[in-house]
Write a protein that binds this ligand. Structure first.
Ligand SMILES: [Zn+2]
Length: 310
């Protein structure tokens, strides 16, 4: 009898151990702590989820007082400590499982997250075939059960992960999802001076490097643009329809920074990209081609200053 009990106890312990070391569980990243003063994709995600739950706040990616007030209300209504910060206790109650056929602000939140990993989805709240394929591809890439349903584990892996933008993650990212344009678009010459025009409309734009982002507002030039500064180099984006980051934000390579559009002096929807050092323009083509190919790009100061415009 005693031997039997020991055996049963041993089996239970063994089962518990297996549970603890199951790879899917071990792979889940921690939930981030998102709070007032922050901005970016995780803030935008939380705002879409709060809107889904009936809180009438704007989804602008900026965690201001209205978002904080909504978080506190949500926390009080869900038996959580109402500190106004979205951390490891609040996220699991805030996320909503979504799947193909759904159409909601929770779907928008999932699309914002999938776009952090370079899937280039329209953030329209409509969970169609494209969003389903992106969810399955993301799940496979993270060794999650690839059912296309964005449930608790997939949400945590999305929100807790560092994202990869268009370029596969790390120190650099393509400014667009890799699927947005073929490689041949990244070597085209520009008109008049060193830069490049990428023919896209209404696509997520990503930080090419980790740095500090400053908004450009030039109705007769760059339109709604962005300058990301890293080590004295300006990485410039023009003609956004909207920004995803506020002025002076720290961004990581691959973070969503805006949506491409046709603002400013522009003859059609496109993303204008330029690289400048102390006001001098360098040809961005070789830099972008390296990002497309997954190679480490050349130092901006080594890029040519002629040969990329007509
Ligand atoms: Zn241009």
């Amino acid at each position: 009898m005693l031997t039997m009990r020991i055996l049963v106890a041993a089996l239970i312990s063994f089962g518990v151990l297996i549970g603890v070391v199951s790879p899917a569980q071990a792979a889940l990243p921690s939930w981030p702590n998102v709070k007032e003063g922050q901005n970016g994709a995780n803030v935008l995600t939380a705002q879409h989820l709060l809107r889904h739950r009936g809180y009438n706040i704007s989804a602008d990616g900026d965690f201001g007082p209205a978002t904080e007030a909504a978080v506190k209300q949500f926390q009080s209504a869900n038996g959580l400590s109402a500190d106004g910060q979205i951390g490891p206790n609040t996220w699991p109650k805030l996320v909503v499982s979504v799947k193909q056929g759904n159409n909601s602000n929770a779907v928008r939140a999932a699309q914002v997250q999938l776009n952090r990993y370079g899937y280039g989805l329209d953030e329209d709240g409509d969970f169609g075939g494209g969003t389903h394929s992106a969810a399955v591809a993301f799940q496979k890439s993270k060794s999650l059960s690839a059912d296309g349903i964005v449930g608790p584990n997939t949400w945590q892996t999305l929100v807790g992960g560092s994202g990869s933008g268009g370029g596969g993650g790390g120190t650099y990212s393509l400014p667009l999802a890799k699927s947005a344009l073929p490689r041949s678009e990244y070597d085209d010459p520009h008109h008049d001076y060193p830069a490049i025009d990428l023919p896209v409309n209404s696509k997520p734009a990503y930080a090419m490097v980790t740095g500090t982002a400053y908004r450009i507002n030039e109705p007769n030039g760059c339109g709604n643009g962005l300058r990301i500064v890293k080590s004295g180099v300006d990485y410039i984006y023009c003609h956004f329809s909207s920004w995803s980051v506020s002025n002076g934000t720290s961004v990581k390579a691959g973070d969503r920074v805006g949506t491409t559009g046709n603002t400013g002096n522009s003859t059609g929807p496109h993303l204008h990209i330029a690289i400048k050092i102390s006001g001098t323009s360098y040809c961005p083509q070789n830099f972008l081609l390296a990002l497309y190919d997954g190679r480490t790009p050349p130092a901006p100061s080594s890029l040519p200053r002629t040969g990329c415009f007509y």
